[in-house]
Write a protein that binds this ligand. Structure first.
Ligand SMILES: [Zn+2]
Length: 433
């Protein structure tokens, strides 16, 4: 089924961004700070991120795909495919027939969850002769059609997510992959500010503290790039997977307790609920309409039948999408049965809510300086990465025309410099000879 879907889609997918001068690309490092809401740097002193606005590219914000969760969104970034096409439809791996549910961290090495026909950029680049690596990045440790990423480091359980020294060591490690082992493309992932956002809420002082730490880490990255002599041949993209919003709790609001409206025992066969603002339900056979009608009575909730999902969600053409999809209003958690919900912040809400928007920054030899990009969908990062690495993209849903304005034209800043040198020689000839 996955292969059919893949081949069927390939006909209408964009395959632009043909490389111009193959083999002369700069290297590329993509860094994701999980759950970095688009405006997190606006109420904190972030000198390094501010400097990046001058020294590189900033998008006002970017929009994640419709399931604003870590695994689905990261996999859209690395494949350039909508979620219905790449098939990673939740943070948890699940099987609605066997009722098996696998938690996020345990999915990271489970290839059957990631390998659905859409090749991530690591593999596509390797197939074209490039060397690629992944450090903690979701999806990086799986096999795709039997191929694995050249080097993939997976997060060990119990590791401190906010240890600044480790953050710097991770930068040193991936930069050494470039300098000592000639890697071309590496992705690096950090679990913050998502963890603090969940535990304390986006407005808590601890969120500001972690943003300052991220800013210092970006400063460290820039020093390390210079130290390692990579300034002229390493491009950097800094992005994230979704934003974060404050969870609305009693007594301010009534929580959505779905069991008040829906008889789970009689009507529901399988559910993925109690996981932020997004949920999926498989009704028992013949009970689809009853489940839909019951849920329609719940407040602060939008209910969709899979076949009626709005086109812009790109969330229906996949067997893993369950028949009923529910999305809570911003800040309301989908509480199935009076579960005590400890998170103070969460995501999984509608991708067009501003609190779900996230960041895009870039700098390096192929990026313009002081370039402010209009907002765009994160699916368009993929063709940009292909262009930077000068490889032929796999079929994808992105468009280079959205992002190519941020690139220095004619193959990079160094070429601009050589034009400058040529101009000086010309002036010299004109006046001296
Ligand atoms: Zn999260």
């Amino acid at each position: 089924m996955w292969l059919d879907l893949y081949l069927g889609m390939a006909v209408v997918l964009s395959v632009e961004c043909k490389p111009l001068n193959k083999g002369t690309h700069n290297k590329l490092l993509v860094i994701s700070f999980d759950g970095f809401r688009w405006d997190y740097d606006q109420d904190v002193d972030t000198p390094h991120m501010d400097k990046l606005v001058v020294d590189g590219v900033k998008a006002k914000y970017i929009t994640p795909p419709a399931i604003t969760m870590t695994s689905p969104s990261h996999f859209t970034t690395i494949t350039g495919r909508w979620i219905e096409d790449h098939g990673v439809v939740h943070n948890m791996m699940f099987n609605s027939t066997t009722h098996q549910k696998v938690v996020h961290k345990a999915t990271l090495k489970r290839s059957e969850w990631w390998d659905n026909g859409a090749l991530p950029l690591w593999i596509t680049a390797q197939n074209q002769g490039l060397k690629t690596g992944s450090f903690f990045f979701p999806g990086g440790a799986a096999n795709y059609s039997g191929q694995s990423v050249n080097r993939a480091v997976v997060e060990e359980t119990g590791q401190q997510d906010d240890n600044e020294t480790e953050w710097q060591q991770n930068i040193d490690t991936v930069l050494s992959w470039f300098t000592e082992e000639d890697f071309d493309f590496v992705t690096l992932y950090y679990g913050e500010p998502d963890n603090v956002g969940h535990a304390k809420g986006p407005d808590h002082p601890d969120r500001k503290t972690i943003i300052k730490q991220i800013d210092r880490t970006i400063g460290y990255l820039r020093e390390a790039i210079q130290r390692d002599g990579l300034t002229d041949n390493l491009n950097i993209i800094i992005t994230s997977d979704h934003g974060m919003t404050t969870v609305k709790k009693r007594p301010l609001v009534d929580e959505i307790i779905l069991s008040k409206y829906l008889n789970f025992f009689n009507l529901v066969y399988f559910e993925l609920l109690d996981y932020g603002g997004f949920g999926m339900i498989t009704p028992k056979k013949g009970k689809e309409q009853q489940v839909y009608d019951a849920l329609m009575k719940a407040p602060n909730l939008t209910v969709y039948k899979k076949e009626d999902m709005p086109e812009n969600f790109h969330l229906s053409k996949n067997d893993r999408i369950q028949p009923i999809i529910v999305i809570a209003d911003l800040g309301f958690n989908l509480n199935s049965r009076f579960i005590v919900y400890v998170n103070k912040g969460d995501h999984g809400f509608h991708m067009d809510e501003m609190d779900m928007k996230t960041i895009f920054r870039a700098f390096g030899p192929d990026f313009k300086n002081s370039y402010l990009s209009e907002p765009f969908d994160s699916v368009h990062i993929y063709p940009l990465m292909c262009k930077l690495l000068q490889i032929d993209p796999a079929p994808n849903n992105g468009s280079l025309s959205i992002t190519e304005g941020m690139l220095v034209q004619n193959g990079g800043r160094r070429n601009q410099m050589s034009l400058g040198v040529l101009a000086s020689i010309f002036v010299y000839i004109l006046f001296v000879m």
